[in-house]
Each structure stands twice: as structure tokens, then as C-alpha cells.
Write a protein that binds this ligand. Sequence first.
Ligand code: HEM
Length: 537
Amino acid sequence: MLSALFLLAAFLIAVYKIYFSNTITYKKITKYGENKTLVLKEAPGPTPLPIIGNLHLLGKHESPFQSFTDLAKKYGDIFSLQLGTAKCLVVNNLDLIREVLNQNGKFFGGRPDFIRFHQLFAGDRNNSLALCDWSNLQLRRRNLARRHCGPKQHTDNFARIGDVATFESIELLQTLKNITRTSDSSINLKPILMTTAMNMFSHYMCNVRFDAENDEDFKRIVDHFDEIFWEINQGYALDFLPWLQPFYKKHLDKLSNWSADIRSFILSRIVEQRELDLDVEGPEKDFLDGLLKVLHEDPTVDRNTIIFMLEDFLGGHSSVGNLVMLCLTAVARDPEVGRKVRAELDALTKGKRPVTLLDRHSLPYTEATVLECLRYASSPIVPHVATENAAISGYGVEKGTIVFINNYELNTSEEYWQEPEKFDPTRFLEKTKVRVRRNSFCDSGMESDGERPSKPSETEKEVWSVKRNIPHFLPFSIGKRTCIGQTLVTTMSFVMFASIMQEFEIGAESLEDLRQKPACVALPKDTYNLFLIPRKH
Ligand code: HEM
């Protein structure tokens, strides 16, 4: 009798769990415009423990994204997790990722409310473009930034990115040549790349550049940015267990101090002087001009909004510096990649001129090496948050749920790539046919006395080029919160990486030192040294 009662109770609890506690009411508008209320189950997932939920399951690998991939094998490509106080959903394949970010993007425009995010932006994460919730202000900020920070090819701004990138790369090469002339030991290269990247950004966005060798304030600010970039790429128990805050006081104070120091530098060394000199009627010469003009013309725009935007975009330089360091690391790990990049560069420039952005389409292997670095590092997509009840793949998703997009799976699964663990830039290359115009009388290499054809003939030639649309390669994400900085990243890192490769061979003290955290495009501020060996042209 007792066991029958026990069984009945267990059955009722199970039914309650399945049908009541884990269901979401979702109002769907059908294609005929009717309102339909659906009651949907949440996606399956592991049973949470008291207090920590499923947090312990993420500690099994170096990166939580590796744990997501593991858990997907057990629970399927869409599953629920309870991380401390936060309800979460993880999506692991391309179709589901598209369903969240494209088809249902309007329901998933929020960002998690992590204490660290507030701390980095003067107490309010909505000051940050990447960490704020979706709003009209965000839409305006994105549109405002696009012309300068995501310019289309063949525009003046795009050409200016190329000019600035070449200018700063030449300065960088000079610094590196000076260092290697006096010493043949390995170099602490990362801070040098970071200051170069910051000068690229401040030069392009604000027409201001700094003395990277002697300006101590500048160097300190670049270090802070780098620390913050690393920090944003890490996860902490505090993010999901906010009551741990008192234990993180020192760490959180450090974050606020870094960001306060950065803000005061940007104000005093970049913004204030320009505010005095601003020519409201004159042409807009850079991003800073554009921002200050909006401030001048539109009384609804707040000065703080403008300052934070500038800080956010200048901060993007850290990703470029880190990415170039990862590209050089890849070359140090695999000298064959380096040989191929150099062969391509030498064939084009003959070692006689600096490489420029205009050369990019003639240097497919070099560009593919940067893309392969992005795949190999697999920078995580910032988590999204459901801003209302929604449905994905027939499962209910409750408002407030944090959605993790497992792009690590997209970058590393055998379903999408051959030998994904191998660093191989050629996976981004394909042979394409191009039309070449040529004068047929020149083909023999000898001038003919015969009549010359009135029109040059056109033939087709097969050349290597970079694959443009790989559906599962989404380093900058998709949908309405896609990265705004991707043009800056792909152009500036290409020029910086190619310039260094033109002049130096890259080596490592020990291959074991070249540790790269999975699903992370950041390296710690203090990281391994590399050897730079000047090439003889
Ligand atoms: C290695 C370099 C970079 C990578 C791999 C990268 C990747 C990403 C990804 C995956 C997102 C999240 C998109 C989403 O939530 O769906 C993002 C957002 C964003 N990125 Fe980047 N990014 C890089 C560099 C930059 C740079 C240099 C800038 C600016 C100068 C920038 C500006 C932004 C902004 C503003 C957002 C937030 C957009 C929004 O939430 O509306 N990023 N980026």
C-alpha cells in the first residue's frame, strides 16, 4: 500500500514537473494575424542542484563552450540550464542559431545583467553598445557608428582605414627594427602590438596619435583596455550567483578604477580639445567630429552617451592587437604557414614596398590566415537575453532567459569542417575564374609585324580567392546585434599582420608556451614572448 502511494506521488510530481512547472505561455501571431496562446514545454536539460543549479557542469572543461558541446550530446542541440539564479538556454547548431538570432531576433535583443558589466561602464551596462539591452537609443547609436566604424568598400572612410593602417604599421616596423637591431633575444611583443592597434584606432577615429614609446599615460590606458578585454572574455561564478558580490569587492573595484582612468584619459587627451576646436559648419573629418556634431545639433543626445560610444569603439583596438598576436602565434607554431604567407607577399611586393589594404584581394592566403585565426580562436558571441516569452524549435523560452549561442561548436565540429583541430588557412580558399584582358599579339613575348587586333581579347584564368560566404562561419554573429567593428578588425589586422610578416620571421622560445584558451580571442595581458628575426630582402 505504502509503495503504491509512493509511486503515485512520484508519478504526480513527474507530471507536475513536465506539464506545469516547466511550461511557458507564448502568444503567437499567426500569418493570418490571429492571436494564439500556446503553452509550450521548456527545452530538456540536466536536473539542477540547489543554489548553484548546473554551474558545476561548466567546470569540466577549460571553456564553458566545450561543456555546452558535451551536454548537447546528451540533451540535444537545444537544452536548458539553470546557472545559479539564471535560467539559460543553449543552442548548438546553425539552424537553431539562425532561429534565435535571425527569425526571432526581436525577442532576443537583451543582454545579461552581470554585475561586472555594470562595473565596467560607470555603474550602468546600458552605457555600453555591446552590453546594453536593445532600445531605440541602441539603434541610433549603431546607425551613428556605422558610417565610420563599418564603412563599405570604395568609400572615403574605407580608404582612410587603409591609409592609417599602413602609416601605423610602418611606425611599428621601425620600432621592431630598432629592437631587433640591438638585441636578438625574444620580445615581449604584445604590448607593442596593442599600442599600435590603439594608435590605428585613435588616428582613424579622432585624428590623434600617441607616442607609444614614451607616453606613460597612453601605455597605462592601453594596458587597462587589454585587461578589460581579457576580463570580458572570462566567466565568473559571480555572474550567476550575485550574492557572492562582497567576496569580489577587490576585483570589482579594480574594474571600476580601470574604466574611470580610461574615461578621464579620453576626455583630457582626446575629447576636450576637439570640443574647443569643433567646426560645426565644416566637413566631418572623423568619427569624433560626427559624434560631437550630433551632440551639438540634437538636444536629446546626452554628452555621456557620446563619450561612452567613443570609449567603446576605441576599446575595439584590443581585439585587433590580440588577433594579430594570435596570427603571429599561429605562424610561430607552424613555420609552413609563415613560408606561404611570405611567398605570397614577396611575389606581390618583391620586398620593395609596404603592403597595403588595396593588396588584400591579391593576397588570399594571407587574408585566409587571419580568418583561420578567427575560426581557431572562436571568439564567443555575447550572450543574448529573451526580452519576452518566445518559442524556439517548439520549446518555450521564458522572458529573462539567457541564451548562449554555441559558435564554438560551429567552428570546431567535424560536421562543418574537415580536420577542424588543424590550423589550415586553405579551408578558406577556393579557385575562381576571373576574366583577364590581354593583347593577343603580346602572348609570344615577341612583337609581331602583323596587324594588331583592334580590341584586346578576354580570356578566363583560374585564381585562388577567399571564400566569401561560409554559412556556418559566423565570427561576428548574425542578426540585429551583429558586430559593428568587423570591417575595422578585418582590415587593420590584415595590414598589421602582413606588414610584420614582410619584414620578420617569427619564432617561439618553446611551442608549449603558446597556450591559447579555447573559445577565446583574448590572451592575458602578460603573455609569452616571440622571436622576431629580420628578413634579408
Ligand atoms: C576579433 C575581433 C572581434 C570579434 C571576433 C567580434 C565579434 C563580435 C561578436 C560575436 C559580437 C556579438 C554579436 C551578437 O551578440 O550577436 C560583437 C558585438 C559587437 N562588436 Fe565586435 N568583434 C570584434 C571586434 C570589434 C571591434 C574592433 C569593434 C569596434 C570598434 C566591435 C564592436 C562591437 C559592438 C559595438 C558590438 C555590439 C553590437 C550590439 O550588441 O548591438 N567589435 N562582436
